[in-house]
Design a protein around this ligand. Structure first.
Ligand code: ADP
Length: 387
C-alpha cells in the first residue's frame, strides 16, 4: 500500500507553488514545482525527487487553469496513494486566526472578509482551497497563516496611533512572511542554536520583502503592518509611505481608490523606481542609472529598518538573510552590511560571495538561510491530519 501524501499549495498573485510529501515523520519530498507568470506566458516547473527540474510553457490564462494543471501533475504522481491533507499558505489570518487550522466553510467565509486586507494574495489563496477541496474531497484542507507568527506582538508594536476603536475593528500591525520566519527559526535550531534563544533580525527579501525582530524565538516587531504594503520597498510594492501622499493623490490628483491601489501594489517599488523591472537580477545587471537608484533605495530602507528593529529589541546577536534576493544576492547583502562594524556586523567577503551559510566574522552572527515555507505548511497539515 503506497504511503499517504501531504500536498502543499502556495498561491501568489502570479504564481502557484506546490509540493508533495510522503506523510511520514520525515516528510520526504517527492515532487515540487510551480506555475509562474499566470495569465502571461505561463510556465510549469516540476522537480521530481532525484531528477532534474523540467520546465515547459503551458496555457494557463488564470489561477483556476494553473491549479488544474498542478493537480493533474500531482494526480499522476500519486500512483494509487491518497492525499491525506492539503496545506495552504493563507496570507491574512486577521485578528482571529493564528495557529494552523482545518478550513471548514465557516472559516473560509471569515477569511474571505480579509480579502481587502491582502488583495494581491488572499483571493487566490481561498480560490486554491476551494479548488483543491473539489478535487480531493476526502483530504482535509489546512490553512497556515502568514500573520500567525506575529500574533503575540507587544501592544505598542501592534498598533497605529489612530483613534482606539480602529484597533478593535482589526486595524493592527499584523506582519507577514510568518511561515518563512518559522522555517528560518527551525533551521537555526541546528545551524546556530544559540540564536534561537537570542536577539535576531531576519530579512526576508523576495518579490515581497519584510524584516522581523525576534527574541527567543518570538516575533516582537515586523516591518509589515495591516497589509503587506508597509515597510521595505518590494518588487512592485511601495513600502512605507507618508499617508499624506495618499491623501494628496486621492484628493488633488483625483485618483480613484482602485487606481491608487493598483499603483501601490503593482506599479511601485523596484519596478516603479527603475522603470525597468521588479526583478533584482535584471536591475543588478543593468547599466541605467534608474536601476542603480532603485537598488540604492531598496538597500537604504533595509538598513533603516535594521537599525529600528535592533533598537526595538535592545541589541542584536544575529542577522539572517532569506528569500530570493537574500539567499542569492551577495551584492545586496554586502551593501546592507557596509560599514556596520560599529554595530558588530562585519561580513566575511569570501563567504558572502560564495553564498555560504555563515557569512559574518564580527560579534553579530550573519547567516544566509534557505527558507522553506512549504515544509512548515506540510508539518502543520500532517499534525492536524494525524490528530
Ligand atoms: P517571491 O516573493 O515571489 O517568493 P522570491 O523569494 O523567489 O520571490 O524572490 C524573487 C526575487 O529574488 C527576484 O527579485 C529575483 O530577481 C531575486 N533573485 C533570485 N535569484 C537572484 C540572484 N541570483 N541574484 C539576485 N537576485 C536574485
Amino acid at each position: 500500500m503506497p504511503d499517504d501524501k501531504i500536498l502543499t499549495l502556495n498561491a501568489g498573485s502570479s504564481s502557484i507553488k506546490f509540493a508533495l510529501y510522503s506523510a511520514n515523520a520525515k516528510l520526504d519530498l517527492e515532487l515540487h514545482g510551480q506555475v509562474e507568470n499566470i495569465a502571461n506566458s505561463a510556465n510549469l516547473q516540476v522537480t521530481r525527487s532525484g531528477a532534474e527540474k523540467t520546465s515547459e510553457p503551458i496555457a494557463a490564462c488564470d489561477h483556476a487553469a494553473a491549479l488544474r494543471t498542478i493537480l493533474e501533475v500531482v494526480h499522476s504522481a500519486l500512483d494509487g496513494a491518497s492525499i491525506l491533507a492539503v496545506g495552504h499558505r493563507i496570507t491574512h489570518g486577521g485578528p482571529r486566526f493564528a495557529a494552523p487550522r482545518i478550513l471548514d466553510e465557516a472559516n473560509i467565509t471569515t477569511l474571505k472578509t480579509y480579502i481587502p486586507w491582502a488583495p494581491l494574495h488572499q483571493p487566490y489563496n481561498i480560490a486554491t482551497v476551494e479548488g483543491a477541496a473539489g478535487i480531493f474531497p476526502d483530504a482535509i484542507q489546512v490553512g497556515c497563516f502568514d500573520t500567525g507568527f506575529h500574533h503575540d506582538h507587544p501592544w505598542h508594536c501592534d498598533v497605529y496611533a489612530l483613534p482606539r476603536h480602529y484597533y478593535d475593528q482589526g486595524l493592527r500591525r499584523y506582519g507577514f512572511h510568518g511561515l518563512s520566519y518559522e522555517s528560518v527559526l527551525s533551521q537555526l535550531k541546528t545551524q546556530a542554536p544559540d540564536l534561537t534563544r537570542g536577539k535576531l533580525v531576519v530579512a526576508h527579501l523576495g518579490n515581497g520583502a519584510s524584516m522581523c525582530a525576534i527574541v527567543a524565538g518570538r516575533s516582537v516587531a515586523s516591518t509589515m503592518g495591516f497589509t503587506a504594503l508597509d515597510g521595505l520597498a518590494m518588487g512592485t510594492r511601495c513600502g512605507a509611505i507618508d499617508p499624506g501622499v495618499l491623501l494628496y493623490l486621492l484628493e488633488t490628483e483625483g485618483m480613484s481608490p482602485e487606481q491608487l491601489s493598483h499603483m501601490l501594489y503593482r506599479e511601485s517599488g523596484l519596478l516603479g523606481l527603475s522603470g525597468l523591472s521588479s526583478d533584482m537580477r535584471i536591475l543588478e545587471s543593468s547599466e541605467i542609472p534608474e536601476a542603480r537608484q532603485a537598488i540604492d533605495y531598496f538597500v537604504h530602507r533595509i538598513r533603516t529598518e535594521l537599525g529600528a528593529l535592533a533598537m526595538t529589541i535592545g541589541g542584536l546577536d544575529g542577522l539572517v538573510f532569506c528569500g530570493g534576493i537574500g539567499e542569492n544576492s551577495s551584492q545586496i547583502r554586502a551593501r546592507v552590511c557596509h560599514e556596520l562594524a560599529w554595530a558588530g556586523i562585519n561580513l566575511d567577503a569570501r563567504a558572502n560571495q560564495k553564498n555560504e551559510t555563515r557569512i559574518g566574522k564580527g560579534k553579530v552572527q550573519v547567516l544566509v538561510v534557505r527558507t522553506d515555507e512549504e515544509k512548515i505548511i506540510a508539518q502543520s497539515a500532517l499534525r492536524l491530519a494525524r490528530r
